[in-house]
Design a protein. Structure first.
Ligand code: SAH
Length: 458
């Protein structure tokens, strides 16, 4: 708490300017074979409990616009059969030629499709910076600190975190930064923001598996990777904000004959879009793997890639030391139908004009916990409001208000409100932390900042 108090009292921090920018993202698609799925059941409005289904099945005279990705998907469906939601989500988001991130002009911010917490206020990243320093310090402060961010977007969170670490005397060669990013376009924006210069895309580096490297404006080495597995091993503090919700999910529904998977097929009828939802006739490989016998929900979503990332994080944190802070909207294994699309800050039909909207699903923190429980101890999820207020964000706001320009006051206050108000982002967004199992008794005594101890102390 001493560190937190000191930080919130610092006067030297500046109000961060807003950063307008153009962003496109580039994701790589996946291809799965689906010939063994036989499709018989069309979800009707009365059967479908998900409003998305209802939207996509209502009668309409005219179909929505065809997109370049739609053509690709139609060909693929004709060739291999209906797609799982997981395949569809991957294609719609990260198809290198026509996915949302690859083709979209600027999806972040008020003129885009959605806004993320670090883009709303500098105070968000500052609180994360304080957390990183505090937990790193408690874990023995090994230098250099290796800092990894999954899905860094515009690089704003990392910029704010690094500014705080510098204030606390941790910068230059004491820190190395490793960004996991599938979008070459976004990596350029991140590089400009953090380094102030651009470097060349690197094909086959001899000393690692990165595709870009540079030095930040404060003299720290920074690298970009496509996969977490490429990041060098060693004590690491991991950060991920709104990363896991972009990972694709499978969707299942309980029927009288057992669990079935929701699939996407071509709609040649009079539905509003060129695609429609179907249920598989039989159990699919994914339903056999992921649905547990005691599952009580009637609809169920699961993200296999989340399991893969969690398993890699658990292996690294257990073997090398460090911690992870995951920030996202999500639930604790209770929600059912969260797959949805956003466009222009509004809900959008996921089947409408694929590749033009952000597709997302709530993060299942219960599922994440299950993936790491044997090797790590976890804290949370706690609400964003709980975490930020406990980290001292209110004190930080008052400090900034004392020194800011008049025109910045309104933004600071509304940013604080938006991030912490339960009716805005305060409740829906959650914080979840992972630490090595060996430090459990230590953390029971000195819990991580922003959390409370919520596991069995025995
Ligand atoms: N963390 C940022 C951006 C969130 S948007 C913020 O809070 O503002 C999602 C980010 O994850 C983008 O940077 C996107 O390019 C990246 N991303 C999505 N799927 C990914 C994957 N499978 N591997 C690596 N990065 C991914």
């Amino acid at each position: 708490m001493a560190i937190l108090g000191r930080l919130c009292a610092q006067r030297v921090w500046q109000v961060r300017p807003l950063h307008p920018s153009n962003i496109t993202e580039y994701f790589k698609g996946f291809v799965f074979q689906k010939r063994h799925f036989r499709i018989v059941t069309l979800l009707s409005q009365s059967e479908g409990k998900n409003e998305d289904y209802i939207m996509s099945q209502s009668n309409s005279m005219k179909k929505t616009k065809e997109t370049p990705l739609l053509k690709q998907l139609q060909c693929r469906i004709k060739f291999t059969g209906p797609l799982t939601i997981c395949d569809y989500m991957k294609e719609a988001l990260i198809n290198p030629l026509a996915g949302y991130y690859a083709a979209g002009p600027d999806m972040f911010g008020s003129s885009g499709d959605y806004v993320t917490s670090p883009e709303i206020s500098q105070m968000f990243g500052e609180m994360i910076g304080v957390w990183v320093f505090n937990e790193w310090y408690k874990l023995g402060s090994p230098r250099p600190l290796q800092l990894v961010e999954l899905g860094p977007g515009r690089g704003t969170l990392m910029q704010d975190v690094l500014r705080v670490l510098k204030q606390l005397g941790l910068s230059g060669t004491d820190v190395s930064i490793h960004l996991v990013e599938v979008s070459p376009e976004l990596s350029q924006i991140q590089e400009q923001k953090l380094c102030g210069t651009s470097s060349q895309y690197i094909e086959n580096p001899e000393d690692g598996d990165y595709f870009r490297k540079n030095i930040t404006t404060d003299g720290s080495s920074i690298f970009w990777y496509r996969h977490l597995t490429s990041v060098p091993r060693g004590f690491t503090m991991f950060l991920a904000n709104e990363f896991f919700d972009a990972l694709p999910v499978h969707k299942f529904r309980k029927t009288d004959s057992g669990w079935r998977e929701v699939l996407i097929d071509i709609d040649e009828g009079d539905g509003p879009h060129h695609l429609r939802y179907l249920l598989s006739r039989e159990a699919t490989p994914a339903s056999k793997v992921f649905i547990k016998s005691g599952e009580t929900r009637d609809d169920f979503e699961v993200s296999p890639e989340t399991a893969v990332f969690c398993s890699e994080l658990a292996m690294r944190i257990e073997a090398d030391g460090g911690a992870a802070l995951i920030m996202d909207y999500g639930h604790h294994g209770k929600s059912c139908n969260t797959f949805r699309a956003f466009k222009n800050h509004s809900l959008h039909d996921p089947l409408c004009e694929p590749g033009t909207a952000d597709l997302t699903a709530d993060v299942d923190f219960g599922f994440m916990k299950e993936q790491v429980d044997e090797r790590l101890i976890t804290f949370g999820p706690v609400t964003q409001s709980f975490f930020l207020v406990n980290m001292g964000m209110e004190q930080r706001l008052h400090r900034l208000l004392r020194t800011c320009k008049e025109e910045e006051r309104k933004n600071l206050i509304s940013g604080y409100k938006m991030l912490t108000d339960p009716k805005q982002m305060g409740e829906r967004f959650k914080f979840f932390a992972m630490f090595p199992g060996v430090v459990k008794s230590f953390l029971v005594k000195y819990p991580p900042a922003g959390f409370y101890v919520d596991f069995d102390k025995e």
